[in-house]
Design a protein around this ligand. Sequence first.
Ligand code: BES
Ligand code: ZN
Length: 627
Amino acid sequence: MLKYFSLFILGFIFFACKNTKQENTKQDNVKHTNEVKEIDDPHSFSKPKISSVKHLHLVADIDFTNKKINGIAKYFLNPNFGNELILDTKELEIHEVNLVKGAEKKKVTFSFGIHDSILGKALLIPLDPLFQEVEISYSTTKDAMALMWIEKEQTDSKKFPYLFTQSQSIYARSWIPCPDGPGMRFTYSAEITVPKGMMAAMSAENTQKVNQEGKYKFQMKFPIPAYLLALAVGEFDFLPIGSQTGVYASPSIVSKAQEEFVDLQKMLEAAENLYGKYPWGRYDVLVLPSSFPFGGMENPMLTFATPSILAGDRSLTSLLAHELAHSWSGNLITNSTWNDFWINEGFTTYFESRIMESLYGKEYADMLSTLGYQDLQKTIQNLENNSPLSKLHLELNSQDPELSLSDIAYEKGKLFLRMLEEKYGREKFDRFLKAYFNEFQFQSMDSYKFENFLNEKLLHSDPKMQSVVKEWIYEPGLPLFKPSYSNSKFLKVEEEVKVFLNSKSVQNILGAKYSTHEWLHLIRQLPVDSTNFIVKSIDSKFALRNSGNSEILCAWLEYVIKNGQTKTYAKEIEKFLRTIGRRKFLMPIYTALQDTGNKTLAMELFEKSKSNYHPLTLESISDLFSK
Ligand code: BES
Ligand code: ZN
């Protein structure tokens, strides 16, 4: 699923992995309280122990002409604040800082810490005990990694431009000066002004309708970390799905999206049945333009999603189950730092497949799980033996948190939980997880804290299981465990591939009856095809080259490129690279082109397509070309 990340990771020289922190932070008796704790976050300059933030009120004007957000971020501090407030910034212009008390304002002299190419720089604001509010006037710059500005000519209707943010992992600081660590939570409200006629939406309570004056107000009543701050401005409509759920998308696709996401409310109810009430109120999905670099992003109350999930047959909606699951694992209980990213993604990937199983049955969910398990095995194979990046708990220090983005967090994390489920039985394990979500809501979680809770509530200090758990969390590689996923459908695919290869007759493949997942499994089974026979016969019968399913098309194009068919498929490859903006799909194609001696072509296609790519995607592709 995330296999290209592992390729990146291989490119990095590993750092010495220190175990000292593990020793220091291990807690024997964890107390679960809401008080502000010292958070030692290697990816944030903020020091909440000195002064922490309770609420953000953002007043911002979206200037499409100059591609700038001009904002005033007003922070309400928690009581007992110290003599300084430290916020994260990256490529921001700070104009003025005032301390505020009622109508009184006091301008202060702020300063910056040293610039770090990954983390940006600290904004240091001297405080006065008499003023509990801080107002920062600022503008974003053209280098803001979180911002994707789209010209109106590049949108469906060509009537309005578009802007969307992507704050995870550490890019909120490039559009708002903020305490930008996942362990630092605050509530927020916002007043956003956009050009007349345009719609705006945030990860908060939304109005659902266009305001003709271009003035929008938002409120997020629950404390969230900065990486969940999100804004989109463009032309989009809302259509309801269930009582609590709905979809926003550009007028030309909103009905299609409503059809595709028809089970969204059922998913939400299935999730509630598993692990407790959905606490956020509404759950809506915004379908973004194609340049959105991810599949989905779990912005609270308003998941952002790629349009590439609109396959027409609802076959890619596990992505919705995934982002919805984050409403519990991630948004309600959040990894303390990006070193424990698996606490967000591993739990969510496990939870996702439980939602899928509730709705569509075990056989269907297990096909998805098997594909994920295959990805994991491949990722482990591609990493060096004992690579510290194959651990669940990472020690990234001040390295780019992007390094944590791999199948390790997602699929090894999920497999660990699956192992516990199989060991203790579903009933006990579900009771444990429900207690976990209840106990730690709106709090941070790290590996040690989870290990303690697990030990107390499920392992009951069984020493053998304690060491098994330690191996899963803190050791590299994969412990011995094979999940009991049902595999009858995939076995049938494997059988058909064998018969096809032996008989050289594609008639033996029952592709017309295949689900997306069976197709993906089939493509993964295909051997190297030096004669072009496989590519030709499969495509002549099933026309995968014209597939409207982004997952199938990506896997197929990657296969044909790797098998020397780039020229024959030039048109399809170009179309794919020009219309898809999701990094997960672009990277394997560019990588395959580069690896098969087609780098010049890859670079030409990149030049033609890059105006449709997000800054994060541009960065990844440039990194690839520089190898
Ligand atoms: N939160 C992630 C996306 C993310 C992770 C963005 C880290 C930036 C940094 C989201 O929940 C996610 O995992 N998306 C996946 C889809 C999912 C079905 C595996 C994606 O975008 O591919
Ligand atoms: Zn996720």
